[in-house]
Design a protein around this ligand. Structure first.
Ligand code: TRP
Length: 466
């Protein structure tokens, strides 16, 4: 049963069903759930946004995830190899996913490095953070010089950890670390949520999260919920193709999709219940932009009894979430390079690591220049170019991942055909896929249409999906 890690010769396989579920949930639960979701829920009107988000995950998210799993498990290949085997004309779709992973991994490991910096700082010098949270953040980004800590040392530590796990392989590395980190993440999340909702004054935040205000719901909010759902479920990059390819043939795919989507959504909701009541209770200005997790939350921890300890726990939680997601993003590209380019796992991780690290450094530098030192590019008198960091996020979150998911759904729905997809789920009669008719309609029509709406809406409404 046990096989060598995916070294290009033997196919790796998850050792247990639980291991796979935790690894896939580990991929899904990331910065998106804990850092992005609460801010969006807040801006999107609280309860009404949450209701729309849940409907989207339940209808479109599950559909698209199953599409990725059936491709992966059927071919037992990485994203590019899978398409090459099923229909050569579509291998660019897998290639696009691998490329997107490359870009996301660059900035994800920078933010992961910042999180490590904050875990240590909340232990060593919480007073300095509380004294001036913005200054502390900007200093990390290199206000007084080159950001050695923010852009080089901390991201290197984060990436080193990811590479360490990846080189250990699928079973011994990825599966094992998720089995430890995911339960720890849940424990931290429960402690922090209880702390938040029991703060005096938290009731107002709870009320905001529980009372729908449909007047705040508009086309923009729905688009925001759609984009968030795809990012949060790790869809559109072929990562779920790769993770699905390590699955045993006897696994029940539909049940697994349900569990992973449920776990991901529970974590996002809990993160909302952890952050929003605390923000209301402490009266902190809830600026929910990019610096929120690093700047605004310092105000919350400062006013909370036991703040530094809970602060440290919060960044530890963010760290676990970011690490397991980053591992999945890198595995997507590593699986491609080892299998298609016949390279060893060690060599593949080293090359990908170096290249993505270079992209990542530019991300932090662009944050530095865009927000502190002025503009990033200024070509002759006032022609400013968007910061590289914003451009990178725009490209990956708003453009490439929805495009990836759209093509996966169209491929399964129309090219490979839902008949083969359903057969893969049913495994020649081992399971009965009760919702097969509904899934066929969803994967052929509803999901592609909804994704097209995000793509076009994202272009038209610009920042609406950030
Ligand atoms: N889902 C992760 C989060 O919520 C991020 C992530 C991991 C991701 N793998 C992905 C996003 C693949 C898009 C595609 O933070």
């Amino acid at each position: 049963m046990s096989q060598t890690p995916g070294d290009g010769k033997h196919r790796a396989q998850w050792a247990s069903s639980l291991g796979f579920i935790l690894a896939a949930a580990g991929s899904a639960v990331g910065l998106g759930n804990i850092w992005k979701f609460p801010g969006k829920a807040y801006n999107g009107g609280g309860a009404s946004f949450i209701i729309i988000y849940i409907i989207i995950v339940a209808v479109i998210g599950t559909t698209a995830m199953l599409a990725e799993f059936v491709i992966g498990r059927n071919t037992q290949k990485n994203a590019v190899g899978a398409f090459r085997q099923l229909n050569k004309k579509f291998s660019w779709v897998g290639g696009l996913g691998v490329f997107t992973g490359f870009l996301i991994f660059g900035y994800y490991s920078q933010v992961g490095g910042w999180v490590i910096y904050y875990i240590v700082s909340y232990i060593v010098c919480p007073g300095r953070i509380f004294a001036d949270p913005k200054l502390f953040f900007y200093e990390m980004l290199g206000q007084n010089g080159f950001p050695w800590l923010g852009a080089i040392i901390c991201p290197l530590i984060f990436m080193g950890l990811v590479i360490f796990v990846i080189t250990k392989g699928v079973e011994v590395g990825i599966e094992k670390i998720n089995k430890i980190l995911m339960p720890s993440l849940f424990v931290l999340l429960i402690i922090l949520t209880i702390r938040s909702v029991t703060l005096p004054g938290a009731a107002e935040g709870l009320h905001y999260l529980l009372t729908p205000d449909f007047s705040k719901l508009n086309f923009n909010t729905v688009l925001m919920a759609l984009g968030q759902a795809f990012f949060s479920l790790s869809l559109g990059m072929g990562i779920m193709v790769t993770y699905g390819s390590y699955l045993k043939k006897e696994e029940n795919l539909v049940k697994n999709v349900g569990l992973i989507c449920t776990l991901d959504t529970i974590v996002a909701l809990m993160a909302g219940f952890m952050i929003i009541p605390a923000v209301f209770a402490t009266g902190v200005e809830p600026g929910m932009g990019g610096g929120f997790a690093f700047v605004s939350l310092a105000g919350v921890f400062e006013k909370m009894p036991g703040g530094p300890i809970f602060g440290c726990m919060f960044y530890l939680l963010l760290f676990f979430a970011a690490l397991t997601s980053a591992i999945s993003i890198m595995e997507g590209t590593v699986a491609y390079v080892t299998e298609e380019k016949k390279m060893s796992r060690k060599k593949a991780t080293a090359i990908i690591g170096v290249l993505t690290f270079i992209i990542g450094i530019f991300y932090t530098l662009s944050q530095l220049y865009a927000s502190i030192k002025g503009i990033w590019f200024d070509f002759a008198n006032g022609v400013t170019f968007p910061a590289f960091g914003d451009f990178l996020e725009f490209l990956t979150d708003r453009l490439l991942t929805p495009l990836g998911s759209l093509t996966f759904c169209i491929f399964v729905g129309w090219v490979w055909t839902t008949k083969k997809g359903i057969a893969e789920v049913e495994r020649d009669g081992t399971y009965t896929f009760k919702l097969k008719k509904i899934w066929s309609v969803l994967v052929k029509f509803i999901a592609p249409l909804a994704i097209l709406t995000i793509l076009i809406g994202g272009m038209v409404f610009g920042l609406a999906l950030s």
